[in-house]
Write a protein of this length. Structure first.
Length: 193
């Protein structure tokens, strides 16, 4: 297609002249005929149809803007994960209290420390949840359910093994407390994953 202004030969798919930038007439079966006065006025030599761009000014304009990631939607899976996460945090805190009591006895001082550490674990879990609540979860429904079921089955098997090995010996309460603590941590990690 030939440019009506500078007579430069352009490709058929061009909408603007590659030489001077003049809009080229579009010849389609449904287009209206173009008028003579449809060409833009000519500019003096050395000027361009395209405005000059000052990129340093643009970069200064955008320098102080904060780019944030879009917030994720609240879905049923996210709500279930959040509820299960806090249940797992309570399970882990219960495991901390039980393990602490088995290790140090049930005097008032050690029970107070056990409750303090259990409460600290709950506060820590809330802080962790608030920091990563908008992160996109990596596990889908099926993976989440199977992982949770596998962790629960592992906890049941660990309970059976601990009961069979320790019976009512001195370490039975300690092993049960540690199993509950680890199950809470694993389940919380699955909910956050």
């Amino acid at each position: 297609m030939q440019c009506p202004r500078c007579d430069f030969e352009n490709t058929e798919t061009s909408t603007y002249c590659s030489q001077c930038g003049t809009p080229l007439p579009i010849s389609t079966p449904y287009s209206h005929p173009q008028r003579e006065n449809s060409l833009p006025p000519t500019l003096p030599i050395g000027h361009s149809y395209f405005p000059s761009t000052n990129y340093s000014l643009q970069s200064e304009m955008f320098q102080h803007q904060k780019i944030s990631e879009p917030r994720s939607r609240i879905t049923v899976l996210r709500v279930i994960r959040g509820i299960l996460y806090f249940m797992a945090a309570f399970i882990a805190a219960f495991g901390v209290v039980g393990t602490f009591n088995e290790l140090f006895g049930t005097s008032n001082l050690f029970e107070g420390l056990a409750i303090f550490f259990g409460f600290g674990l709950l506060v820590g879990s809330v802080v962790i949840f608030l920091f990563i609540r908008h992160r996109a979860p990596r596990l889908q429904w099926a993976q989440f359910i199977w992982s949770s079921l596998a962790a629960t089955a592992g906890m049941v098997m660990a309970f059976i093994l601990a009961f069979a090995l320790a019976g009512n010996g001195p370490f039975s309460g300690l092993s049960f407390g540690i199993i509950i603590l680890l199950y809470g941590f694993v389940l919380a990690a699955i909910c956050l994953w």
